[in-house]
Design a protein around this ligand. Structure first.
Ligand code: MN
Length: 346
């Protein structure tokens, strides 16, 4: 980016870079990696279009940030949204659908043809995880911070794995769902299993879950039996608020459970659906946009470092004119990136 001629008050040029910020990878402090993948989603489709929807809406943002006024100067670089990954997602999704249809008709997974399809889907997911891992490892070795843009919530596993090779850290997980199922619909790498898979990695000291409000018994059992998991469910958070505990007090309690290095896994459905009307698996309730940001701001104020983050499950509206989901996604992406950078530089 030519900083001397870059006019932050003028129109943003649509250059396929998030927020129109065209920094080279070489000069970048932060790199955005898009993962347009939703092969195994269980309910609504469309999160594979999340990166494009966020990109399209991101041109419209103003660059001034109240936490990091000169955020646009930091150096944010955008890797191209991979058409190949997008195509593989589509192809795999078609196979996964057959498995889901089979199960939804009340059948078991012992059908040979279906088992073969399932194997294909699991292999494609493994390949995706390997791809994300390789991309992230490469960027981390260059000293870059990474903002990963999903995709459904299965996609950050390779990134989280690459980070575990550096040091121990904890995860702040904002979501309506606990995502602790041991495979869902037979898919080992389902979006509903991401945190189960994460906890199989070494070096994850804590998983702190916030805003959760849709759980199955298996997940409750896991939360109770694994002392690395700390649950701040949406019901309790809201009840505490109604009964006089402030959001600040609750944020401090949440953050006190995290270690010095924190990764944020942000599923947009952790927010109230007003902020993600087209997301795949919406649940009523949830955090307000400002509550979520305040939580991350409080984390930064605590002096803990944000070592990376993902933003998943943003599904843009099918209508071109309506960019609300993408708009919220872009604002979250900007804020998370700025706060990550701020936490690293203070
Ligand atoms: Mn979710």
């Amino acid at each position: 980016m030519n900083r001397a001629t870059f006019n932050t008050n003028q129109i943003t040029i649509k250059n396929n870079c998030f927020f129109g910020l065209p920094t080279t990878i070489e000069d970048a402090k932060v790199v955005f990696l898009s993962v347009p993948w939703d092969a195994t989603v269980s309910y609504g489709e469309g999160t594979a279009n999340g990166p494009q929807g966020i990109l399209d809406a991101s041109y419209q943002l103003d660059w001034y940030d109240f936490d990091l006024p000169l955020a646009w100067e930091v150096g944010y670089s955008t890797l191209p949204i991979s058409a190949e990954i997008r195509a593989k997602s589509e192809k795999t999704r078609a196979i996964a659908k057959k498995v889901i249809d089979h199960l939804e008709s009340g059948n078991e997974l012992n059908d040979k043809a279906i088992a073969k399809k399932l194997e294909k889907v699991n292999q494609a997911s493994t390949n995706l995880n390997d791809w994300v891992y390789a991309q992230c490892k490469n960027l981390l070795l260059q000293g870059k911070l990474i903002g990963l843009v999903g995709g459904d919530h299965s996609v950050p596993l390779g990134y989280i794995k690459a980070l575990t090779e550096d040091s121990e850290y904890s995860i702040l997980h904002i979501d309506a769902h606990a995502d602790l199922r041991e495979a869902y619909e037979g898919f080992t790498y389902s979006h509903a299993s991401i945190m189960n898979n994460v906890l199989l990695l070494p070096n994850i000291s804590k998983l702190v879950q916030v805003g959760i409000r849709d759980l199955c018994q298996e997940e409750i059992n896991k939360i109770k039996s694994d002392n690395r998991i700390v649950l701040f469910d949406d019901w309790q958070l809201k009840n505490n608020l109604y009964e006089g505990l402030t959001w600040q007090q609750q944020c401090e309690t949440i953050i006190s459970n995290l270690s010095e290095k924190v990764y944020i896994s942000f599923d947009v459905d952790g927010l109230n659906q007003a902020f993600c009307p087209n997301t795949g698996t919406p649940v009523p309730g949830g955090l307000d946009f400002n509550q979520a940001i305040y939580l991350v701001q409080t984390l930064v104020k605590s002096g803990k470092k944000i070592i990376g983050f993902d933003l998943c499950e943003v599904a843009p509206s099918k209508s071109d004119e309506e960019q609300w989901d993408g708009n919220i996604g872009a604002r979250l992406l900007y804020k998370l990136t700025n706060l990550m950078y701020l936490s690293q530089s203070s």
